[in-house]
Ligand binder design. Structure first.
Ligand SMILES: [Zn+2]
Length: 461
């Protein structure tokens, strides 16, 4: 039987013009677990509990307070992303269906289906580039509180983007009071090596966020049961009538709308977010640019409100600001991006540049090298030469700060990287005058190199 569900739009680009713009990503809803699958899991973990109890590996004390959770998704410490997730769905508290929605905050950030399923967990999706993140293990599911692993499901395909796709990969953790948290849709073979019956502490790795089971893209489905095996929504809010009014299960409950800068990255060309089911996105990541190349700077956000002010800066290797633009966010999405394209003429210094984005009091930066073909990546290095600028009488004046003379190659480039002049010279200690033929009032790049070093200068004729 083929079922049809209302799907949200997937991705979109709202162009300002061909080279600058904004867009969004909105994951499709995913049923996460069929009723039969949820039943099977309940039986599996009940069975495991009995075995573990008989082995003395599991005890519970229902008189204990319920656990307080930390956030169950974290970034791999090796990723440079600032944040790796946003929320697509909360628990649906409105038992009616279809399209009768109410989340803990009385909003509709949840879903249900025509056959009576009301979403039973929190869906935390990865952003940006969820498939790429999954392939490179960038987003981890972690234990939200201390507990004992009472079940693990592994061995299931993990690149799904629709319903009816068999079982998920998951870890189930029982906490001290007997409550249980579920971590579903994990990447195949990424699960913690700890066996069922092992203790895990809050924050401990459980697996990589993936798209196994009934999933429309990489996300974690986090589902919670109390010590009486009743479904829990960990958020406290006026439309969560299951918990007493101020009873949050979070150590620090996050705001319903929490603007986040997920990343600022540089790319060689436009990023392609949807290459089809389970196919890695075309990221076009690039951090090292040659002269003449354009640089595309993308800023990735989660939950950014309309009107929120965004500041983008490009900072030169010498820490001066080359570009400074403040603009307002114009649409609200769970996941969105803004991008700007900078042509080679913008890059009048070679070395390590910084792209910097600020929203409210938060600033996130990304470094990239411009002029990589000049063999320069650190202009902070102590220089052997200095150059008198601007040039006078078509004579370049180079001062050598060392005692020894050196045979050096002099190259002069236009700002877009074309070689204008090149010659070998003997640079003596002190001042050296070298004849050059350059156009008046133009900027150039001067490269001085010998066997051991390259030095780069901006010069003006
Ligand atoms: Zn879910």
């Amino acid at each position: 039987m083929k079922k049809h569900y209302l799907l949200l739009s997937l991705t979109g680009t709202l162009f300002l013009n061909a080279q600058n713009g904004q867009g969004f990503y909105q994951p499709k809803n995913s049923i996460c677990l069929s009723q039969e699958q949820r039943q099977q899991i309940q039986e599996e973990i009940a069975n495991n509990r009995d075995i573990l109890k008989s082995q003395g590996k599991l005890t519970e004390n229902k008189k204990l307070d319920h656990p307080l959770f930390i956030w169950p998704v974290t970034k791999n410490p090796n990723t440079e992303y600032n944040n790796v997730w946003s929320i697509s769905n909360h628990v649906d508290h409105n038992a009616a269906y279809p399209n009768k929605l109410q989340d803990w905050n009385c909003g509709t950030r949840t879903y249900d289906t025509t056959d009576g399923y009301n979403h039973m967990g929190v869906d935390i999706f990865t952003w940006p580039f969820g498939w790429e993140m999954m392939d490179n293990n960038k987003a981890h599911a972690i234990a939200a509180a201390d507990g004992i692993i009472i079940g693990k499901d592994n061995g299931n395909f993990d690149r799904n983007c629709s319903f009816g796709n068999g079982n998920w990969n998951a870890v189930y953790v029982q906490h001290g009071d007997g409550s249980v948290s579920w971590y579903g849709h994990l990447k195949n073979n990424s699960l913690t090596s700890k066996p069922v019956g092992s203790f895990v502490s809050a924050g401990e790795y459980l697996g990589v966020v993936g798209s196994s089971g009934n999933s429309t893209g990489p996300h974690l489905h986090f589902e919670v049961y109390n010590s009486n095996n009743q479904l829990v929504d960990p958020y406290s809010g006026s439309c969560n009538t299951w918990n007493s009014s101020s009873d949050s299960w979070w150590v620090n409950q996050k705001s319903y709308v929490e603007p986040k800068i997920n990343a600022i990255l540089t790319h060689s060309d436009v990023a392609v977010f949807d290459n089809g089911c389970g196919v890695q996105e075309t990221t076009n990541f690039k951090d090292s640019f040659n002269t003449g190349e354009k640089v595309m700077v993308y800023m990735y956000f989660a939950d950014l409100p309309v009107g929120k002010s965004i500041n983008l800066k490009l900072i030169r290797p010498d820490n001066t600001v080359a570009y400074n633009n403040t603009f307002n966010n114009s649409n609200f999405y769970y996941a969105s991006y803004w991008y700007f394209t900078f042509q080679s003429s913008q890059f009048n210094q070679y070395g390590t540049w910084t792209a910097s984005v600020s929203v409210d009091s938060e600033t996130v930066t990304h470094n990239f090298v411009y002029g990589a073909n000049m063999n320069v990546d650190d202009l902070e290095a102590k220089k052997q030469f200095s150059v008198i600028n601007p040039i006078k009488n078509n004579q370049l004046q180079i001062v050598s700060n060392t005692m020894n003379s050196s045979k050096s190659k002099i190259e002069i480039f236009s700002l877009d990287g074309k070689l204008i002049d090149s010659k070998m010279v003997e640079l003596k200690s002190g001042s050296n005058l070298i004849d050059v033929k350059l156009q008046k009032s133009q900027n150039y790049i001067l490269k001085i190199s010998d066997e051991t070093r390259n030095e780069i200068f901006k010069i003006t004729n």
